[in-house]
Ligand binder design. Sequence first.
Ligand code: HEC
Ligand code: HEC
Ligand code: HEC
Ligand code: HEC
Length: 451
Amino acid sequence: MKVNALTIGLAAIASLLGAGEVRGAGPPRPVTEADVGPGKQVYLRECSACHGERGGGDGVAAAHLEVRPRNFLRASFKFKTSPDGVRTDDLLAVLERGIPGSAMPSFKFLSPKERQQVAAYVLYLGDLLEEEEPAPAPTSTPPPTTPETIARGKVVYEEQLCGSCHGPGGKGDGKSAKGMKDSDGFPIKVRDLTLGGFRGGSRPVDLYLRFTLGLDGTPMPAYGDNVSEPDRWALVDFIRSLEVPQKPVVYPKDPIKAGRQVAAVYGCRGCHVLDDGKGGDVGPDLRLSAQKLQPEWIRGFLAAPRAAGKIYPWRPHRMPELGLHAPEVEVLTAYLGKMGKRKAAQPTPALAQLVTDDVNAGKVLYMVRCTECHNLGKVVETPPIKQQGPDLIRVAERIDYTWAQRWITDPKKIDPNTKMTVPGLSPKEVDQVRAFVWWSSLTELGKTAAR
Ligand code: HEC
Ligand code: HEC
Ligand code: HEC
Ligand code: HEC
């Protein structure tokens, strides 16, 4: 590692304090070996779908994502605040912020403890956990922005040929921008600086550090050694002056096109098969989900996917909280509605419309034919270890009533890959067992509403 005045200072302090176990010159990482075990659990649940089970950047979702997930075994990171390697805080900042312009979501919905543990696991994967924490690059307080500093920044931008990649006006359309690759050989886009909302943070100090240190693994060089400190602050002012206010997004009229547009922003395709039959199988095939889910339920789920607990017990992953904006939720709800091609759905019956004899006969059938795989809230409990299908207690708000009849009659006709089999039920028995499940669900939902 490069030695700078600050690391020497820290080493002196460490030796004064007699920090014997510390290897190297700096302080130890703020996370330890003890975080790795629990961090791995979080990692397998929340990260492996994209970053790969072993951290190689090759999860199931990766092949379907335009910007590839980071390969952690390479131990190379874009958004750093130290010239000597990644700091634990850098990883925590990325986990909190996410990376706009890629599928990397914000993990603010995890607890701070879980984020620390998973950061420890990422360091462990890159063989960086035992190293000392690199000292942060020195920064100063940004001088005030004036028309002169902006003008000076423009001169530096031109002198340093930033425009060769970012374009003269910063629109990401410089001469060398076409066909650019990252160090793994994957295509990489030069940032359009007029968009604002920077990927590694948008505070002046974030931008200052970006071109002081460069972005490892990308063609974007480090300018810390070539450009003086006042000139780097002037560059910050110039870059920030390039930002043009963004017009509100106008979505295409066609719900499928509009849905695909939003899906592309959040990398839904990495985890789900979309309307065109292409995508990953981390989550359910949305062509099937679209047939069975009620629009109101989809809307609620997209806004808060973790609120209702896990749906499919056998899937190792869960849907991240993507922080979708309300208009995006609407576009996606319409997208799934269109994709499901449902004939006017038969409305969910009211509790009073369900025939008591059917409900009673259905209960007997349910006990024999369905408890093997499903839980039904506290009405009929099946031990978690045996549960293969979703808990059916909330079906009445989630599942289309008409679809359920076809599904229970012949699930494999709808989804050849499903594990659900209930052979030999007569049409009457299907109606009865469905009546019992809906009766239980409506009764439970009525209770929740009354509370
Ligand atoms: C839906 C896919 C997806 C999931 C899930 C995901 N990531 Fe990422 N992650 C990405 C992508 C794509 C990138 C690369 C972005 C880029 O290079 O611009 C990335 C980049 C990163 C980086 C690199 C930051 C840098 O400075 O270079 C870290 C660290 C990271 N992810 C950690 C995690 C952790 C930890 C989790 C789980 C808690 C996680 N990611 C879950 C897609 C994902
Ligand atoms: C060789 C091409 C190249 C040159 C020269 C270059 N950049 Fe970049 N720059 C990139 C690429 C590629 C990215 C996008 C990296 C990514 O997001 O993964 C980028 C990203 C950025 C970002 C966005 C960081 C963020 O957090 O989103 C800023 C700001 C930036 N460059 C400023 C500059 C400045 C200022 C200069 C000149 C001093 C410069 N760049 C020179 C290729 C270049
Ligand atoms: C990191 C992978 C991942 C990403 C990215 C992702 N999902 Fe999911 N999604 C899942 C998983 C896993 C489930 C199943 C959740 C469960 O079992 O609790 C799921 C469930 C769903 C469901 C409920 C389906 C059902 O049958 O109950 C919908 C709808 C959905 N996702 C839509 C989306 C949309 C739209 C996007 C993009 C805006 C998206 N997902 C992005 C992994 C993902
Ligand atoms: C062998 C296991 C198994 C049996 C037996 C079984 N199911 Fe299922 N069921 C599943 C699985 C697994 C799913 C989820 C779909 C998938 O992932 O393929 C499911 C899904 C469902 C759904 C959709 C629920 C949702 O929220 O998405 C309903 C409704 C349903 N089953 C009803 C029944 C009824 C009624 C019975 C008894 C007549 C029954 N199932 C018997 C495994 C089973």
